[in-house]
Ligand binder design. Structure first.
Ligand code: 2M8
Length: 443
């Protein structure tokens, strides 16, 4: 399959070097059937990374973008879950921790329908996939229709959402819950500190962190965090990845995950209408989820959404970017939209050096400008907020965020994240979703 750049546009030609650099990252990180987030730190296929990557790849090759999503969907479990990692069997176990022998998906996940053909993790990541599938379709609807792309992915995406809405509605209140910090994609967010404090960490000598071979210890989660991540994953595995049997010492309703589910349900409604299925059921899900998101996670006092800790039965008093991402939901009440916009430009999230939104409260007690999801600004969340600003017709702030995004992507060599005060790139370089979303904003 050959990747071809689309026709030149005025924006793209003004940024030709940036466009080419971003395309180069995606070509270099392509394995033949999907894209690794990074050749060194993350050498397998990740779930929400692939969704963001497909959104950018569609501007290089629609077929490659379809293939990205379909490779991931081929590893879907019988119960509908899309695993957060699909492992490349050609790599040694030492390439990444936790490796396939840790998750043991094909054996431990058998009852939940883990595939026999691929080894995967047993947890999930945020549901950006239906949105990505719809955007990939829109890039070339005729090619998409000719290849039957939407007709093939629609049942799988529907099963995925059904899993989140049925098996993961752990509180029975109508939102989906995440049972591991890795599931929300913001691994060491300070939002997890209090629920994680209840988890007995695995003993330090029982696992080896491959991430520290490639990333700086000061930028990554701590060993204590890892001990708890390992314990939670092992408990889940030892209960056969069965959501009803597992004890779920960690269970949270995350506003970003639930708002991405809403946006993906709306995308699924469009997909359903295109393939001749019933869009109403998806529109109804989106409406109900929106009401429940507001009822359960909105906090008027902080002017943003907060995470709900299911064990404690209360909202976690930490401001993180996850609480601003619901701005992407089109059906939010107007007063909530206004308050979110104020929070976005206020002292907790506006760093002046960049419009890219920090992952955590600049004034928060746990803020750390370089440590992963505890302060640095990330490109995928910036892309979501840029899109959210356009949903609510805030062209000025959206244009400004877009231009900050492009400048930072260029100056940081498509880094994983940036220091929100200095704009300096941190984490790994040539990171795939940074490059992919750059292509999307240039197109
Ligand atoms: C990070 O998470 C992985 C575990 O899934 C890790 O730290 O090893 C997160 O930033 C996550 O959101 C992302 O999907 C993944 C791959 O880029 O890396």
């Amino acid at each position: 399959m050959r990747a071809v750049a689309g026709p030149p546009t005025p924006t793209r030609s003004a940024h030709l070097a940036l466009w080419r650099g971003a395309a180069r990252v995606l070509l270099d990180n392509w394995t033949g059937t999907s894209t690794v987030p990074s050749r060194s730190l993350y050498p397998h296929q990740w779930s929400w990374d692939s969704a963001f990557i497909a959104i950018g790849l569609r501007h290089l090759s629609v077929r490659r973008a379809q293939c990205e999503l379909e490779t991931l969907l081929a590893a879907q479990w019988g119960d509908g879950r899309i695993p957060h990692i699909v492992f490349n069997p050609a790599l040694p176990l030492s390439a990444y921790f936790p490796s396939p022998d840790f998750w043991q998906s094909s054996r431990a996940g058998k009852a939940a329908g883990a595939p026999a053909v691929a080894e995967t993790s047993g947890i999930v990541q945020p549901p950006v996939h239906a949105l990505a599938a719809w955007l990939v379709h829109r890039a070339d609807p005729m090619e998409s229709e000719r290849r039957g792309f939407l007709a093939r992915v629609y049942p799988r995406l529907t099963a995925w959402h059904r899993y989140l809405l049925r098996c993961r509605d752990l509180a029975g209140a109508g939102l989906t819950a995440m049972v591991h910090p890795w599931e929300a994609g913001m691994d060491n967010s300070p939002c997890w500190d209090s629920p994680l404090a209840r988890v007995e960490p695995a003993a330090p000598g029982t696992f080896r962190r491959a991430d520290l071979d490639h990333g700086s210890a000061a930028d990554r989660p701590t060993d204590l965090d890892y001990g708890r991540y390992v314990r939670l994953a092992l408990d889940y595995r030892d209960h056969g990845y069965d959501d009803h049997a597992a004890l779920h010492h960690f269970a949270v309703e995350d506003p970003a995950v639930n708002s991405l589910l809403i946006v993906s349900e709306l995308a699924l409604a469009r997909i359903a209408a295109t393939v001749g299925a019933d869009p109403a059921v998806h529109a109804a899900h989106a409406e109900r989820l929106t009401e429940t998101l507001v009822a359960r996670l909105w906090d008027a006092e902080t002017g943003m959404f907060l995470v709900r800790d299911l064990a404690a039965g209360e909202l976690i008093p930490e401001r993180s970017v996850a609480g601003l991402i619901p701005l992407i939901v089109p059906g939010l009440p107007a007063d909530i939209v206004e308050q979110l916009l104020q929070s976005l430009s206020g002292p907790h999230f506006h760093a002046r050096a960049t419009d890219l939104v920090p992952s955590y409260d600049l004034a928060g007690h746990a803020f750390d400008r370089t440590r992963y999801w505890r302060g640095p600004a990330w490109f995928n969340t910036a892309w979501l907020i840029e899109r959210a600003l356009r949903v609510h017709k805030r062209a000025g702030p959206a244009d400004s965020l877009r231009s900050s995004f492009l400048n930072a992507a260029e100056s940081s060599q498509f880094s994983e994240y940036i220091d929100p005060y200095s704009g300096e790139g941190r984490g790994t370089l040539h990171f795939s979703w940074t490059a992919a979303l750059t292509l999307d904003l240039l197109s």
